[in-house]
Design a protein around this ligand. Structure first.
Ligand SMILES: [Zn+2]
Length: 512
């Protein structure tokens, strides 16, 4: 290991319903980033989890005749099954009902109270249960939350605890100015900068009379507002405040990966909470785009949810992961289309990488008895590979998932053109070209091997299969040094491979 730590988190999910494709998109992206950091040798901690103290979770449980906790236990399994089906490699999974989380919430409240940042007042205003958020009159359109048109907001009049967010306005402005990469992409930073410029109001952080939640440590008649509770998972997951060794090793987080709709919580409220509690701020918050279906954002509440697990069953987890992260620039919205998923998988994977591997190894078997030849002296494909690897690394260091996917796939595309230029089947007929033929076949297989290393974070299971077909150890996780040219050893014997990817087809019934 490099000794460098990399702590990455995703948003934790409300468990009122099963994960949808929008939720899955975020986890897949985070997983690719986490796996890339393992590839380059970082000591990675990748945290995910479930957000359980929400009114809509409580309502979903009651509707099933279950206690909230019994419901959350059932949903934990649903979420873990979905993440398993998508090959998400989180290192830790936190539930906000766990004692370690409850302890951290109580400690945070105690600290900000001691800092003089908490006071009691009456909250009179709107609350959207869909967002689990207090809403200003100006946030509503025709009296409704624009993100939750089917559920009317509730008017509350509660004696609540307030957090002095306004006190941190100038601190945050300075922090944004000094840390231009704190909020990304730039469009999100600009939105939050204007929000800061318009002035911050104190926020309500408790719910009077509610019982499903973490009790306010200095007022047992109220529970902590679910968002204030949820944000604390990022340090509770590190064992704060008890496990100071783990906390000091991984905190501050390198990256909070979240949806673009919850930046206000993560980039304004959360840093102010941390500052109030005397804790350092995370290095970066990235607000990714939505997965849209037609004009609508993919979410359960809009009734456009697509089940990621059934997509993974139909098309394969790796094809789904590839489509989600190589189709649109990261940070922008993705227009979901099953036809596009199938097309990307067939073009890049079945016809691109799969075909390259299959024809290369088949020709090796036919022309050289399956024995890997010596590396040639000045191979053109080596230059292509050595140009692509740094582009790939720079892209992933910059969270440009599509850029990295394109860089890795550019090796495959170049190699497929190279085969046709060189026409090994013609060279094989001319004994004078025996050495040249061996050199070309080495280049093709080595190009597959290196592309396989770079594509491992995107398609971990399929790239393990690729390593196996090239006689590598399928179980051993590759490292970035394995992407250096010349790693395929001379003399290794390979056999004719079965296809790595099968061509996908749209179901007739779905092709409307
Ligand atoms: Zn809402």
């Amino acid at each position: 290991m490099s000794g460098k730590t990399f702590y990455i988190t995703t948003a934790i999910d409300y468990v009122n319903s099963k994960p949808h494709l929008g939720t899955a998109y975020e986890k897949v992206a985070a997983d690719i980033i986490a796996r890339y950091h393992r590839l380059i040798g970082d000591d990675v901690l990748f945290l995910m989890g479930n957000d359980e103290h929400s009114q809509k979770v409580e309502a979903a449980a009651r509707a099933q005749g279950l206690s909230p906790l019994a419901w959350c236990d059932l949903m934990e399994k649903e979420f873990r099954d979905a993440w398993k089906a998508l090959d998400i490699s989180f290192d830790d999974f936190i539930r906000t009902t766990e004692p370690r989380h409850v302890a951290a919430v109580k400690e945070m409240l105690t600290r900000i109270h001691a800092a003089g940042d908490v006071y009691q007042d009456v909250y009179e205003g709107w609350y959207c249960t869909g967002c689990e958020a207090f809403k200003n009159e100006g946030d509503l359109v025709d009296g409704k939350c624009p993100d939750h048109l089917s559920t009317a907001p509730t008017f509350l009049e509660e004696k609540n605890w307030f957090f002095r967010l306004s006190k941190y306005e100038s601190f945050l402005k300075d922090y944004y100015a000094e840390h231009p990469d704190f909020v990304r992409p730039a469009i999100r930073r600009n939105e939050l900068t204007s929000l800061l410029d318009s002035g911050l109001k104190d926020i309500s952080i408790s719910r009077e009379g509610a019982t499903w939640g973490v009790p306010v440590p200095f007022d047992e008649t109220a529970v902590v507002y679910v968002w204030f509770d949820a944000l604390i998972n990022y340090i509770a997951g590190l064992g704060w405040p008890d496990d100071s060794e783990r906390f000091e090793r991984y905190w501050p987080a390198d990256l909070h990966l979240i949806g673009k709709d919850i930046t206000r919580f993560h980039c304004i409220i959360w840093p102010a909470m941390l500052k109030s509690a005397g804790l350092p701020l995370p290095a970066q918050v990235f607000g990714h785009g939505f997965v849209n279906m037609g004009k609508d954002r993919m979410s359960k509440s809009l009734g456009t949810a697509v089940d990621p697990q059934s997509l993974a069953d139909r098309f394969g987890a790796d094809a789904l992961r590839w489509y989600l992260t190589s189709e649109a620039g990261f940070g922008k919205d993705l227009e979901y289309g099953e036809d596009r998923l199938v097309e990307r998988a067939n073009t890049d994977l079945a016809n691109g990488l799969g075909n390259l591997l299959s024809r290369s190894v088949s020709m090796l078997v036919r022309y050289l008895g399956g024995v890997v030849p010596a590396p040639p002296a000045a191979p053109p494909m080596r230059s292509k590979v050595e140009e692509a690897v740094p582009v790939y690394r720079e892209a992933l260091d910059d969270l440009d998932l599509k850029g990295a996917a394109d860089a890795a796939m550019s090796i495959v595309h170049r190699a497929n053109v190279y085969v046709d230029e060189k026409a090994p089947w013609a060279m094989a007929k001319d004994p004078a070209q025996k050495d040249a033929l061996a050199g070309v076949l080495y280049e093709l297989m080595e190009s597959c091997r290196v592309a396989g290393v770079l594509l491992t974070p995107f398609m971990p299971a399929k790239m393990a299969e690729l390593r196996e077909r090239l006689g590598e150890d399928a179980e051993a996780a590759p490292k970035i040094d394995d992407a250096s040219w010349g790693g395929l050893p001379e003399g290794r014997k390979l056999t004719k491979p079965s296809p790595l990817f099968t061509k996908l087809a749209l179901d007739e019934a779905d092709a409307s």
